[in-house]
Design a protein around this ligand. Sequence first.
Ligand SMILES: [Zn+2]
Length: 98
Amino acid sequence: MPLIDDWFEERTLLDMAPPDVFLQGASAAEHGSVQILEHDESHLRAHVEDTKVLEAAFWLSDGELKWSCTCGAADVYPCEHLVASALATWPGEAPRLD
Ligand SMILES: [Zn+2]
């Protein structure tokens, strides 16, 4: 059973998201815009601060990675909020609220 974290490798994210989206996401993660709400082996849910606070989520369904974001731009590939959320799971990338 693969873990959701396996999908959050840099190379995998770059395969899913266009380079400019990846860079915007990386920058948002770096600036501390991401607050992780929920993160276990098959779910990730986070708030990402943009012009408003968006909710980005990844989950596994039958071994496939699914995603959604309240910005509405994440139909075909993960938007920058999703990339930022994924990157924020890397150790030391974002503060965690417990
Ligand atoms: Zn988004």
